[in-house]
Each structure stands twice: as structure tokens, then as C-alpha cells.
Design a protein around this ligand. Structure first.
Ligand SMILES: Nc1ncnc2c1ncn2[C@@H]1O[C@H](COP(=O)(O)OP(=O)(O)OP(=O)(O)O)[C@@H](O)[C@H]1O
Length: 352
């Protein structure tokens, strides 16, 4: 796969973006409504031309306003998977997928064979002869994924691919996309507002706000120590990486007991996710309760209105407790305390 470099200014939209995705990497793009996320995807897809800018995918210049290069959308080797499957209603599922190889001149039979292979790869071969109106949202999205892959893109762009699906279909599609992005190291841009998508699908995060990139970093950095206001709103969670076990996660901090997400099996690389508000702070180790307790040293205290964020040294874990509790516990940097979390407050999710 190919590395992506984007720098683009669109004055009418107040957008001035600059970002990179390394070859085989998956960059999650977060940001509030109107931030410029769709504009970014449209620029890379060639559906929108920047006033000034340069977009390079691998060794190919797709857009260069300096030299007048503007490769048309269908020649960019870029696939865009939207919120809705957007299948051709008059074609069967296999007809929709075969459309991609057909449009680059592959013969009918060969295109059909390739389409069946892609449908099989996304566990949708059994729907091959159905028309889109006979498919559920999740089934249609599988077919759309097969169609995107059948075009053999050098870059896959996902625009909130789970947001139109109901909660029962989303986990299976998320884990399918995860598999697809991992195998063959596909380069991808993933627009999402869901920290679970970020965890499952991406290795790096860019936060866009007001038309510019305001923060970039690894998934871990951005979700645990967000620097931008937007990332802090959706993230600011505790993340502990490890290996999934039967009732939780084996980590450097010891076993963490929590609830395994569907699709997460013992042995998988996974992360335990829990809110700082779910963490209680004790000066003595609590006994005899089915809770997780972590021995930590307080690194710093950060006041947020009526609550205080207590950060631990090393692990980066955070607890959000009331100012009164901070005073009662006599907490200060250097203090040794226990962070305690109920197992039911901890979700264990497969990570990318
Ligand atoms: N077709 C358009 N013509 C003119 N301006 C547009 C158009 N589409 C979007 N804009 C403007 O461009 C800016 C960026 O919008 P964009 O759609 O890229 O945001 P977004 O991050 O995708 O938002 P959302 O999360 O709501 O989809 C906004 O100020 C928006 O009003």
C-alpha cells in the first residue's frame, strides 16, 4: 500500500489541512460537525479541487495546483466507503461488486469470479443474487466493502462506516473492517466519532477542528491524554493494553477484570477501557471485594470545576473524584494510593 500526503486549502470552506498517513497505516480522523472531515475525504477522492495544495499517494501525485495535476476520481486508486452502502439498486450484490473489475475492462466471467471471491472474503457470498432492497443494513455494508476492495484501491477511506448500522450489526462490521485493514497492511483514512472505532481500526489519530488539524498522535496518546478540546470530550478515557483472557485482560499492571466485547477472544491483543469517573481512590488496599485495584503514585492533580482529575505516574491512569474527596484523602503529588474500579465498569476491546 501507499503512503498518503495531503496539504490542501479550500478558502470557501475555511479549510487548510495538512496530514500524512504512512504506508500500511490507518489514521482515524476525528472532529466536530463542520470541522472539514468530509472535505478532506472529497479532496483525496478528487471530488473537490483545492485552491492550493498537493496530494500524493505513494509515488503518484494526484493533485498539484502548482503544476496543474488533477487526476480524475476514477483514476486515483482510492475507495470511499460511506455511511450508507450506496449500492446500485438494479444490480444484484455480485453485480454490484463485479462493477469494479468490469469498469477497468475485466471480462464478464472473470469479473464475476473475482466478485464472488470478494463477497466470500466479507462473508456475504450467500447474498450474491439478492438485490440491495433485499439486504439488511449490515449485509449491504458488507457488499459495499467487497465492492470497494474489488477495485483494488491503494487507499481505503471510511466515512463513519458504522454510523448507519444498528447496534447489533456494528460490532461484526467493525471486526470485519479491522481484519481488512490489518491484512496486507492497507493504508486507510477512517472518519469516525466513536472511540471504539478508533481503538479497533486505527493506529494514529488526527483531530480536525475549524478546518485545520489541531492534534495528531498515536491512538493511545490521543485517547488517554487528549490535547484538543474535542478529543478531550470524546476521549479522556483510561486505556490499559494487554492480552485478552477469559474474564479480562493480562497487562503489565497485572490482571484486569472486565467485560469482554463480542468479537474479543482470549489471546487477542486488546485494551481495557474505563472512564476516570469510574475510578475510586483509597489510601489503603480494599479487601474482599470483586474489584480491580491498582497501586499507584499520584503524579498530578488537575481541577475541573467541582471535580479533580488525579493522574497516576507511569501508567497514566486517571481518576476523577470530587474536590472534597481530594481534601479528605490528603492527596498530593507523590502520595501512594489505590485506584479501584468495578469489573462491570471496564470494557475489554480488541485493538488494532
Ligand atoms: N458543498 C459545500 N459547499 C460549500 N461549503 C461546504 C460544503 N460542504 C461543506 N461545506 C462547509 O465546509 C466546512 C467543512 O465541512 P465538512 O462537511 O467537511 O465538515 P465535517 O467535518 O465533515 O462535518 P460533519 O461531521 O458534520 O459531516 C463547513 O464550514 C461546511 O459548512
Amino acid at each position: 500500500m501507499s503512503a498518503l500526503h495531503v496539504e490542501a486549502r479550500v478558502e470557501a470552506r475555511g479549510v487548510d489541512l495538512s496530514l500524512d498517513v504512512e504506508s500500511g497505516g490507518a489514521l482515524a480522523v476525528l472532529g466536530p460537525n463542520g470541522a472539514g472531515k468530509s472535505t478532506l475525504l472529497n479532496l483525496v477522492a478528487g471530488l473537490l479541487r483545492p485552491d492550493t495544495g498537493r496530494i500524493v499517494l505513494g509515488d503518484r501525485v494526484l493533485t498539484d495546483t502548482g503544476t496543474g495535476v488533477d487526476v480524475p476520481p476514477h483514476r486515483r486508486s482510492v475507495a470511499l466507503l460511506a455511511q450508507e452502502a450506496l449500492l446500485f439498486p438494479h444490480l444484484t450484490a455480485v453485480g454490484n461488486v463485479a462493477f469494479a473489475p468490469r469498469s477497468v475492462g475485466t471480462g464478464r466471467r472473470q469479473a464475476h469470479r473475482e466478485a464472488m471471491r470478494w463477497l466470500d472474503a466479507v462473508d456475504a457470498a450467500e447474498f450474491a443474487d439478492r438485490r440491495p432492497r433485499e439486504l439488511s443494513g449490515g449485509q449491504a455494508q458488507r457488499v459495499a466493502i467487497a465492492r470497494a476492495l474489488a477495485a483494488r484501491p491503494r487507499l481505503l477511506m471510511l466515512d463513519e462506516p458504522m454510523s448507519a448500522l444498528d447496534v447489533t450489526a456494528a460490532p461484526a462490521i467493525r471486526s470485519l473492517l479491522r481484519r481488512i485493514l490489518r491484512e496486507r497492511d492497507r493504508t486507510a483514512l477512517v472518519v469516525t466519532h466513536d472511540p471504539l472505532d478508533v481503538l479497533a481500526l486505527a493506529d494514529r489519530v488526527a483531530v480536525i477542528d475549524g478546518g485545520t488539524v489541531v492534534e495528531t498522535g498515536s491512538v493511545r496518546e490521543v485517547l488517554t491524554r487528549p490535547r484538543s478540546a474535542f478529543a478531550a470530550r470524546i476521549a479522556g478515557v483510561n486505556l490499559v493494553a494487554g492480552t485478552a483472557a477469559a474474564d479480562g485482560l493480562d497487562t503489565d499492571l497485572g490482571p484486569v477484570h472486565g467485560i469482554l466485547d463480542t468479537g474479543c477472544r482470549p489471546g487477542d491483543r486488546a485494551v481495557a477501557v474505563f472512564s476516570p469517573a469510574a475510578v475510586a481512590v483509597y489510601t489503603d488496599e480494599p479487601h474482599g471485594s470483586p474489584r480491580n485495584s491498582f497501586r499507584v503514585t499520584v503524579a498530578d492533580l488537575e481541577a475541573h470545576g467541582a471535580t479533580v482529575l488525579v493522574r497516576a505516574a507511569g501508567s497514566g491512569l486517571a481518576a476523577e473524584i470530587t474536590a472534597a474527596a481530594v481534601a479528605d484523602l490528603v492527596l498530593e503529588p507523590g502520595a501512594q494510593v489505590w485506584f479501584v474500579v468495578k469489573a462491570t465498569e471496564i470494557g475489554i476491546h480488541r485493538s488494532a
